[in-house]
Design a protein around this ligand. Structure first.
Ligand code: GRF
Length: 196
């Protein structure tokens, strides 16, 4: 059984979609949900699903990234993950941390990478007048949002779309794309998935 740890910082809707997809013949199961924020609503969603949770509070380390990452590594090592899914996890991690887990980390990013790495992706796509927008699942590497893309889902930007309306539609795509890519990766297939 492929052991999956999911990292969150907020609502955890992607975590819930991933967790809910890992049933029956699916070769993976969620073994832990970790949040860097104690009050993250996603922790409630995980507990409601009977998934063990942990909090590694980055503010408790007063900006000491190395200490935060050491705490996070300790929690991860205890869970013995085969895969680590970043799902709305909003902390930048050092190259040293990434190297420790290289090849086992996936992230969902709300743009059609390599377009719009970083933040405010929906506003940037609107400002550029893009016809197409969407989300990407990629391997996490030391360069932010730059690892190999494993899946993409796209939608047409609509007249009158705002960053908020676009984010809501992209989020629904994320909930389809991420579980699809996770299952393929858990089955040993890292070929590109495209939806929409
Ligand atoms: C998603 O929009 C994802 O693309 C971005 O953060 C959001 C996470 O939402 N990285 P949730 O916590 O999974 O609901």
């Amino acid at each position: 059984m492929t052991r999956v740890v999911i990292l969150i910082s907020g609502a955890g809707s992607n975590m819930a979609a991933l967790a809910d997809s890992m049933t029956g013949a699916h070769p993976a199961r969620p073994v832990l949900v970790v949040s860097n924020r104690p009050g993250a609503p996603g922790l409630d969603k995980a507990q409601a699903r009977g998934i063990p949770t942990a909090v590694v509070d980055h503010t408790a380390r007063a900006g000491d990234r190395a200490a935060f990452e050491a705490d996070l590594t300790h929690v991860l090592e205890a869970a013995e993950p085969d895969l680590i899914c970043f799902a709305g996890f909003m902390r930048i991690l050092s190259a040293g941390f990434i190297e420790r887990w290289q090849g086992r980390m996936l992230n969902i990013h709300p743009s059609l990478l390599p377009k719009y790495r970083g933040l405010d992706t929906h506003a940037r796509a609107l400002a550029a007048g893009d016809r197409w927008h969407g989300c990407s699942v990629h391997e996490v590497t030391a360069d932010l949002d730059s690892g190999p893309v494993l899946g993409q889902a796209r939608l047409e930007v609509r007249q009158g779309d705002t960053p908020e309306s676009l984010a809501a539609r992209v989020l629904r795509l994320e909930h389809r794309l991420y579980p699809t890519v996770l299952r393929r990766v858990a089955e040993g297939d890292r070929s590109l998935v495209t939806l929409g």
